[in-house]
Design a protein. Structure first.
Length: 112
């Protein structure tokens, strides 16, 4: 069973991504976040195609924390419908995965 997840989040700016990312790590909802500035997006919104520059925020966490992480992002985010998408982590460096699990308060190894 997969116990870990990467959560893909888009933000309106580097500052917003940094504020949300810092909150997620400080609150132990994520062990680590990565910010990728300069993403360009095109999307449908209220019947029109919109374009925007955004910052990608990737949070690494436990699957069990995804609902709380998603709720926290929605509280802090300026978008009416923020992108928060969880992607299961199926495998990886065992030492890193154990660290990720421990830093989000589980205390179990990812294979437990």
């Amino acid at each position: 069973m997969t116990t870990l997840s990467m959560v893909y989040i888009t933000c309106e700016s580097d500052a917003q991504a940094e504020a949300i990312g810092r909150a997620l790590v400080a609150e132990r909802l994520a062990a680590c976040v990565n910010l990728i500035p300069g993403m360009r997006s095109w999307y449908w919104w209220k019947g029109s195609i919109e374009a925007a520059r955004e910052t990608v925020l990737i949070a690494k966490t436990r699957v069990a924390l995804v609902p709380d992480l998603s709720a926290r992002v929605r509280q802090l985010h300026s978008y009416a419908v923020p992108c928060v998408v969880a992607i299961p982590i199926s495998d990886g460096n065992p030492d890193y995965l154990a660290w990720l699990s421990a830093e989000t308060g589980n205390g179990l190894t990812p294979r437990d």
